[in-house]
Ligand binder design. Sequence first.
Ligand code: HEM
Length: 402
Amino acid sequence: MSLNKWINDRLPIDDFVDQHLRHYYAPKNLNFLYFFGSLAMLCLGIQILSGIWLLMYYEPTVETAFDSVEYLMRDIPFGWLLRYTHAAGASAFFVILYMHVYRALLYGSYRKPRELLWLLGLFLLILVMAESYTGYILPWGQMSYWAAKVIMNIFGSIPVIGPPLMHLIQGDYVISEATLQRFFAFHVVVFPMVLLGVVFIHLCALHTVGSNNPDGIEIKDNLDKDGIPVDGVPFHPYFTIKDIVAAVVFLIIFFAVIFYDPTFHGLILEKENFIPADPLVTPPEIKPTWYLAPYYAILRAVPDQLLGALAMLASLFIFAFMPWLDRAPVKSMRYKGTRSRVSLFLFVVSFLSLMVLGLLPATPTNTILARIATIVFFGFFLTLPYITVYDNHKTPPDRVRM
Ligand code: HEM
């Protein structure tokens, strides 16, 4: 009896691969925007692997954290590569995730029957944010400390439950070693484990309903006599090979950044974070990392701190309502009318503007611009039920277009 048969009699790996790769039919018209899901998995893999290696040198105490990271960067062979891979990996993860979400908005991938897939995705986005926020405090640099303080103050500003909640998260009355150690525990154990579990469920949900496509047509509605979608092709080898090409292109760009501009002019790692944390010296400007900057800009745009915190939370959770706010008879932007297209365009412009404004000082002009961008951002969601109904949609074809 071969080893393969012995294993498969006890653990049906071949059946699993058949069912989810060789006999999983994906629409044949998927374009490059469909690479970003597998690239997100690649990013998660890079973060977990580089994170395990960083753990071999990192020491999570207020006395040693900063020095252990500097020691790794200067004295350990290729230690700099390890740290920059992890730091740049966080930024790359968000570029990929934002493209992944944009694809879903473009082709209506959040619509029935993919609502749960979308909600699980949103949960993943929030988890990745929590993961990067807790990771950011670990090197115990100036920005680690002060960015943590800003977020803790937001929690503290919630009426009644705010202060006890803040103390619970911090583990102390101030940001201290207790905070560093609980953030460390969440960053290296809790969040990665939950992330892996939720990614698995995200994929289970995807394989239950099947992929959407740029035409927004359900390929399962058009089956041949064997019950196979006429517009589907086996995921393996047709899309596995394309995903590998995408991974190679991604890795070339990723390592080009790491080798030639690893801090990316302060966007990946800010220069303040090369200074050890000092609770007595506030940095001239406290700013978040670029991928959290849009939410920070919304927080600052609202004059009241509590309302600002609520608006910031709402800017994330409002995405959960997308499947029910979009009432268009078609899914994909290819067949939606001009109003829907302009509305999505303005939303993207408002999001990118908020990102830039969140990184700039809050001057009076910037504050006014951030307020306008915040109104446009929320306006996209609030007007969606009307725009998607009263629009000049086209009739999609019966079969997908190549
Ligand atoms: C750790 C983060 C994530 C990973 C590893 C991941 C992985 C994947 C993969 C591999 C696919 C199939 C390939 C593709 O369609 O691109 C997929 C599809 C999908 N994901 Fe994610 N995803 C993540 C986060 C998100 C987020 C943040 C959202 C939205 C808020 C989301 C929403 C979706 C949707 C709607 C689909 C189906 C798209 C379609 O069929 O058109 N995912 N995801």
